[in-house]
Design a protein around this ligand. Sequence first.
Ligand code: G1P
Length: 292
Amino acid sequence: MAYTKITKAVFPAAGMGTRFLPATKATPKEMLCLVDKPLIQYGVEEAVAAGCTEIIIVTGRGKATMEDHFDRSPELEASLEAKNKTALLEIARSVSKLAKITYTRQSEPLGLGHAVLQAKQIVGNEPFCVLLPDDIVDASIPCMKQMVEAFYETQSSILGSEVVEGDAISAYGCLDCTPDPKNPRLLAVKTMVEKPAPGTQPSQNAIIGRYILTPRIFEMLEHITPGAGGELQLTDGIKALLQHEKVYGFSYEGKRHDAGDKQGFLRATVEFALKHDKLGPDFRAWLKTFPL
Ligand code: G1P
């Protein structure tokens, strides 16, 4: 049976965001704003653009503002309506209309593989997307949309991938792979390793925070043991999946920002501000006058 439809996207969002302290002491890192939108909303919009209608957010303690963000806000809407602020009213309403959003909890921080496993009952027996909200991909065709096309073509799990320089690979899952002769964006994966020690990496092909996985991944995730950093790693689950099914890396078209890192977040902020319809022109003019 060929898969012809992917409608669900899982967002692991239970992490403590320690790289962003003190900003993330009481605010979920997924709610940090790039210009005027929280990180997680960029990801949700990308999943919706790829055809997803059901979003599953795996949360933990202290993440309630995320739920409020995607919910209706009757007081705010009433106040904007009374003041006839229709454009702002539309912005506020459109967030709650993006998709059907379900929340499930990861009660212990046991790792990314464990976080994805928490979505098993809600996803059921279907292929699904996984988006890590820290990774923001700026692309003319949304990254997940490109990957969904590749999934329909291969009928196999697809991992977003990009080449990173030198020892930077040690911060990522790394693919041992060969390019597909028919589609140069596809990389046939032989095996993979999470956060290889510098000098031991099989390639410079990193996994980025975009995945499309077949439902068999849940069976694999139920049996993995702690890996890199003592955590239950999604990479190890996908490596186990390789024993049963093909898996492809996908070199997407676009630019990724690691918004989970302070430096990456600042760079993304400047680039997104420059591209912003309304704010961009003034911001560009101001930047040019800035004494560097
Ligand atoms: C996670 C994954 C890793 C992947 C990375 C992409 O790592 O475990 O395989 O390369 O996301 O951002 P983390 O950044 O959570 O350490």
